[in-house]
Design a protein around this ligand. Structure first.
Ligand code: XCC
Ligand code: SF4
Length: 640
């Protein structure tokens, strides 16, 4: 174990407290490993190729020669692959991994939706018929039968069945254009068509990009990045958007709801169950099961006062947005939750679950339950596979496992006291409603405020935590700075949780943190200055909000005309790269923090940071140490 200065690991007091507990109890966490294992500098800049067994070939930029000595040549791989090709291929494979995660999530949701439409998934239902009809119209599915006066509404089942088939076909579609591309502003669609980057289907783009980055295929970096664009668009305007829409149809569209966030939501005298992952399909049923009176009685018989469900990562965002289920924390808090000693079961599905959980649970009584056949974890874990045909029974079994485990708590239990109230649930439709009331219901109100100068712009601050940088610090610094400058913030994922933990997801926070213009707007509309729009697939809601701003008029005719920017200041996952790239491809200036995975090639990085803007109107940027220091200094200046 490393000698940790916990105040440098995280700005979140709950993490600091739990890290001290871990140190005292001899438990190693990601924060220890981050200190003892340094990242490989060549891999970090994308300059290592290991896609064939003649490598790995390392091609970092040569060091500047000393005076009088000859400059070393830039190395190429054994096959002659240049740094540009190698770095582009590595970047491309990150886009592939990220888009695959979202599009496969979406496939699962679409398959469930089909079962629900046919009445073959008991427990699930079509909850939001209005949204179903809206989505059906987008897909050209009729919501009525017959013509003119004879027209009768179709049953929701009939609509859903046809819709499900149409959606599922697009996963394997080989030609043409995916449906949701048509929801983008007209001008944006033309940009994509001209460049030839409109996705044909959700699987084909990923497969083609994997092929093109195989040894000896595409060896021209602009051409590789072009297919990255197509693949990323198949995520943002495809898989992610489908996930969001069909989840809304089945589980309900989020509307503003109160919640609370941080490890303090756990209760010492309750059975604590943490839902961790990304796909809300089983969590929805666990939510139902945990509330059943028999289950509560069962828990009471074991000596607990009740069952406390809390979320982690994006499954948390999904449950919070729709049901107000409290959030225990974001990505870097997963080990911390177990270290409280109060978690009776941690139930994981897919994505962002650290394998080290299996090690941490060994020292506590926590049962680590994997639930997805695609995502198992070695070691002392329990596997209870999800089956949508009897999901509720499976959910009950999981809740009972947790309750049975309550009497087994052994290590001293220590639950941090901090938790913060939040108001969340700002779907793009809800924002539309809030801005205009039911009469106007339009993003024009926002545009009007931007034109009038009260609001200076819109920023999407999203994405992960990353243990290579102080947990939550960059998110918080950046968000506060934006608010102070009258920029309204839309947030999702782990970033949204940072905002919540530091009190920025309440309407009252506007007065304290915003410039006068934004503060006034928030107060008039009654919204927090940071709008929690959901999980990472819900970044699609940000795309729709941006599109609505364009359509409302007054700010230009394309997303790239809007005073809008995107940022993931603490990103770490491949999904973040896919998201970032579809934001860029949608015309947004997009800034990532910590590191950027293409710095091994100046040419390629220049293309991403400058060249792309000419083609797409959006570009990448790095939120580097200098910028951060400036921002932090500005923030500190205000406080003193
Ligand atoms: Fe994972 Fe979605 Fe990143 Fe958080 S933000 S670390 S991807 S949980 Ni999606
Ligand atoms: Fe080296 Fe070329 Fe093989 Fe990559 S593909 S590992 S650069 S030989």
């Amino acid at each position: 174990m490393a000698d940790l200065d916990v105040t440098k690991c995280s700005i979140d007091p709950t993490v600091q407290e739990m890290l001290k507990k871990a140190q005292a109890e001899g438990i190693e966490t990601i924060f220890d490993r981050a200190q003892t294992m340094k990242p490989c500098p060549i891999g970090a800049e994308g300059a290592c190729c290991r896609i064939c067994s003649q490598g790995p070939c390392r091609v970092p930029p040569p060091k500047k020669a000393k005076e009088g000595e000859p400059q070393k040549k830039q190395a190429v791989g054994l096959c002659g692959a240049t740094a540009e090709t190698i770095v582009a291929r590595n970047f491309a494979r990150m886009v592939c991994g990220g888009a695959a995660a979202h599009n496969d999530h979406s496939r699962g949701v679409a398959k469930l939706f089909k079962e629900v439409a046919h009445g073959e998934a008991p427990g699930y239902q079509i909850k939001d018929v209005a949204k179903l009809k809206k989505v059906a119209r987008d897909w050209g599915v009729a919501v009525t039968e017959g013509e003119g006066d004879e027209a009768k509404p179709r049953t929701k089942e009939a609509i859903a069945q046809e819709l499900a088939d149409k959606v599922l076909i697009e996963f394997g579609q080989q030609d043409g254009e995916i449906t949701y591309i048509h929801k983008a502003p007209k001008k944006r669609q033309e940009v994509w068509r001209k460049l030839g980057v409109v996705p044909r289907g959700y699987d084909i783009e990923i497969v083609e990009l994997m092929h093109r980055t195989h040894m000896g295929v595409d060896q021209e970096y602009h051409n590789i990045i072009k297919q990255c664009t197509r693949t990323a668009l198949s995520d943002g305007w495809g898989g992610s958007m489908i996930s969001t829409d069909l989840q809304d149809v089945m589980f309900g569209m989020p509307v503003p709801v109160a919640g609370s966030i941080n490890l303090g939501v756990l209760k010492e005298d309750h059975v604590n169950i943490i839902i961790h992952g990304h796909e809300p399909v089983l969590p929805e049923m666990i939510f139902v099961a945990s509330q059943e009176p028999e289950m509560v009685t069962y828990a009471q018989n074991k000596g607990a006062k009740g069952v406390q469900l809390a979320g982690m990562c994006c499954s948390a965002n999904e449950l919070l947005m729709r049901h107000g289920i409290p959030v225990a924390g974001n990505y870097l808090q997963q080990e911390m939750a177990i270290i409280t000693g109060a978690v009776d079961a941690m139930v994981v599905d897919v994505q962002c679950e650290m394998q080290s959980l299996a090690n941490v649970v060994k020292c506590y009584h926590t049962k680590l339950i994997t639930t997805d056949p695609r995502a198992r974890i070695e070691g002392e874990t329990m596997h209870i596979p999800m089956d949508e045909h009897h999901a509720l029974d499976i959910a009950r079994q999981i809740v009972r496992e947790a309750i049975d485990n309550y009497p087994n708590r052994r290590a001293p239990v220590l639950i941090p006291s901090q938790s913060h109230p939040t108001v969340v649930g700002f779907s793009y439709e809800t924002i539309q409603y809030l801005l205009g009331g039911s009469i106007r219901g339009s993003y024009y109100t926002l545009n009007d405020n931007i034109i009038g100068g009260r609001v200076r712009g819109v920023a999407g601050v999203v994405g992960c935590n990353n243990c290579r940088t102080m947990h939550d610090n960059a998110h918080l610094t950046m968000i506060k700075e934006l608010l102070k400058n009258d920029v309204i913030v839309l947030t999702t994922g782990c970033s949204a949780m940072t905002a919540g933990k530091f009190g920025l997801l309440t309407p009252e926070s506007a007065k304290e943190h915003c410039g006068p213009g934004l503060a006034e707007v928030c107060e008039t509309v009654g919204i927090p200055p940071v709008l929690h729009m959901g999980s990472c697939v819900d970044n699609s809601r940000i795309l729709m909000a941006a599109t609505a701003c364009v359509k409302a008029g007054g700010l230009g005719t394309d997303i790239s005309d809007l005073p809008a920017a995107g940022a993931a200041p603490e990103w770490m996952s491949e999904k973040a790269i896919s998201i970032g790239h579809y934001f860029v491809a949608s015309g947004v200036y997009t800034m990532f923090g910590v590191t950027f995975p293409t710095t091994g090639s100046e040419l390629l990085t220049d293309y991403l940071f400058k060249g792309l803007e000419e083609e797409l109107g959006g570009k990448w940027d790095l939120y580097d140490m200098d910028m951060r220091r400036e921002m932090e200094a500005a923030a500190a200046g205000e406080e003193h």
